[in-house]
Design a protein around this ligand. Structure first.
Ligand code: DC
Length: 225
């Protein structure tokens, strides 16, 4: 089988990874893999089933019956389905953001999703975005990026995104949530967030989306050679 190409993009929440990864994927004709959406789906299904996140047996039982499907609809926005139901919007609330970071510390959840993510990349070339793409899931990625930005800028970006999605939130709480999630994602025992040794680090604090996309595309030149 032909080896698929993976472009790995990691970084903390709201650094702009998703927006940039989606554009890069479109420009290169790759699939876009939003792994955060997968963690969010697991968080949502555990919440809906009222599972205690310390109950590993129950978590495994639920995961055995969990089907996650990511697809791009006609206007290229990402559609996320959990057990056949469109949850694209439901997974974006602040509550699910917090819970997804909590359940992402669990080895059963990480193994389940890592397998799914690798399977996704068997079918097409992908731009994979998350926290551990370059370090754990795709250590042999063609090129790896780590996208960061100041907490201030990330809070403002997230606030705008939530407003546009019609989700009401308080900006101070949002800042605290982002800081807490940063701490938890960077300090967990399994697959903590950090740049891969060979990652290109991009600080997007003072950059526009187009500028970040340009940097990535320049570094990705030669991908089809
Ligand atoms: O990228 P996001 O904000 O949608 O991710 C939600 C949470 O999922 C994040 O706080 C940590 C977890 N996550 C992870 O642990 N590993 C990934 N590859 C992607 C997300």
């Amino acid at each position: 089988m032909k080896k698929r190409i993976v472009i790995a993009i990691d970084g903390p929440s709201s650094a702009g990874k998703g927006t940039v990864a989606k554009i890069v994927a479109q420009k290169l004709g790759f699939s876009y893999l939003d792994t955060g959406a997968m963690y969010r789906c697991v968080a949502l299904t555990l919440k809906n089933n009222e599972v205690d996140i310390n109950d590993d047996t129950k978590i495994s039982e639920i995961l055995n019956n969990t089907k996650i499907r990511l697809s791009s609809d006609n206007n290229k926005s990402l559609k996320v389905e959990l057990n056949g139901k469109d949850v694209s919007k439901e997974i974006r609330t602040p509550e699910i953001s917090r819970l997804s970071s909590d359940i992402a510390t669990k080895i059963s959840v990480r193994s389940f999703l890592t397998k799914l993510q690798r399977e996704f990349a068997q079918n097409s070339n992908v731009v994979a975005e998350g926290r551990d793409m370059g370090t754990q899931v795709f250590p042999d990625a063609y090129v790896k990026f780590f996208i960061d930005a100041s907490v201030e800028v990330r809070t403002n970006r997230r606030y705008l995104q939530l407003q546009q999605a019609g989700i009401k939130t308080d900006i101070e709480n949002l800042r605290k949530d982002i800081q807490n999630r940063d701490y938890q994602d960077k300090n967990r025992e399994i697959a903590p967030l950090h740049p891969a040794i060979n990652a290109v680090i991009i600080d997007t604090t003072n950059l526009e989306i187009d500028q970040v996309v340009d940097i990535i595309l320049k570094r990705t030149k030669g991908v089809f050679d």
